[in-house]
Design a protein around this ligand. Structure first.
Ligand code: NI
Length: 185
């Protein structure tokens, strides 16, 4: 099932998501639906708040972005960032909840993550480069943080009008979205 993706301005994107209890829901089905939703929108990561559920879970598949990430398809349940390393580097990011905006964000190049898979087996894994970036972007979502929050005040001011338009659905997008404010015209 493809979920509508929640657009910028919806309060669910600002919630600190809660942990998922073992056996509380069908994680395999949820993960499958999230991948389907993410692929339909040509994204490389999707977090639960983006489908309107404030749960600590996200899915990633880096292959569409870069062939070197063909082995980087994962479901992260209740992830915790244990360590971050290295000097932050800038790279242009986008977000399925904020269509049409891409801006450079600084993030650390190496992270160590503890997480559960859909069977609730625990893993610890180190990610670097683009993988670490995608994980940090999605992790931000379950903390209620968006990539635009990392921009300078100057950039935020420039983007303010565009972000307000997105909340009202005044944006060109080729996938199904849910907008927090219904536009009057
Ligand atoms: Ni995003």
């Amino acid at each position: 099932m493809i979920y509508p993706i929640v657009a910028y301005g919806d309060p669910v994107l600002r919630e600190k998501a809660r942990d998922i209890e073992k056996d509380e829901l069908d994680l395999k089905q949820l993960a499958e639906d999230m991948f389907e939703t993410m692929y339909s929108a040509h994204g490389v990561g999707l977090a639960c708040p983006q489908i309107g559920r404030a749960l600590r879970m996200f899915v990633v598949d880096g292959e569409p972005m870069d062939e070197s990430m063909s082995d980087f398809k994962r479901v992260f349940v209740n992830p915790q960032i244990l360590e971050t390393h290295g000097e932050a580097w800038a790279f242009e990011e986008g977000c399925l909840s904020i269509p049409g905006i891409r801006e450079e964000v600084n993030r650390e190049p190496v992270i160590k993550l503890r997480y559960c898979d859909v069977d609730f087996n625990q893993h610890e894994e180190v990610f670097d480069g683009l993988r670490a970036r995608i994980v940090q972007h999605e992790y931000d979502h379950i903390e209620g943080i968006l990539f635009t929050d990392h921009l300078t005040n100057f950039k935020k001011r420039i983007l303010k009008g565009k972000l307000a338009s997105i909340s009202k659905g005044k944006v060109d997008v080729d996938y199904n979205m849910r907008f927090p404010i219904r536009a009057r015209n």
